[in-house]
Design a protein around this ligand. Structure first.
Ligand code: FES
Ligand code: FES
Length: 170
């Protein structure tokens, strides 16, 4: 699927919050969960803006907006990143994965099996960091590091840990 669109509207927050003063728009081509997209993005648009507001992938969620909570975590060319801190124009020709893609089905299922959430707002971010950790060679997998950049306000940490332990064992 290919999308063409004008420069993005500012839907989630007013334009004066954390924004450069610019009306420039740049073409951006990227793949998200295996689907190709062509968009125009502003110089100050983040990957979170593109995924959540433009492509309506609402598993990519803003909470802190400053790289602290992990709720916006996605993978860019395999690496888990905070989408709120990743400028969209740096993702040209990138492969982006979100928690809505089929690639993380196994991780999502483990979270479901262990009821590793309450409100689930944080869950997609956790899922993406755990998926990135599992793709590491066994000797380099670091569960503490993978989970350390994520906050769960419902305190489902014990169940999240159990889900991750099961994934490591299978
Ligand atoms: S919204 Fe990106 S790390 Fe919190
Ligand atoms: S399940 Fe509610 S914030 Fe984590």
């Amino acid at each position: 699927m290919t999308e063409s669109a004008s420069a993005p509207g500012r839907e989630r927050r007013p334009p004066y919050v954390g924004r450069l003063v610019t009306e420039s728009a740049f073409p951006l081509t990227l793949r998200v969960d295996g689907v190709g997209h062509e968009l125009l993005v502003g110089a100050d648009d983040t990957l979170l803006d593109v995924l959540h507001d433009r492509l309506r992938l609402h598993s990519c969620r803003e909470t802190c907006g400053i790289g602290v909570c992990g709720s916006c975590t996605v993978r860019v060319d395999g690496r888990a990143v905070s989408a709120c801190l990743t400028m969209a124009f740096t993702c040209a020709d990138a492969d982006v994965e979100t928690a809505e893609g089929t690639a993380v089905e196994r991780v999502r299922q483990a979270f479901l099996d262990h009821q590793a959430f309450q409100c689930s707002y944080c869950t997609p971010g956790f899922v993406m960091s755990v998926a990135a950790m599992l793709d590491e060679p066994t000797e380099r997998r670091d569960v503490d590091a993978a989970l350390s950049g994520h906050l769960c306000r419902c305190a489902s940490y014990r169940q999240i840990r159990a889900a991750v332990e099961e994934l490591l064992d299978t």
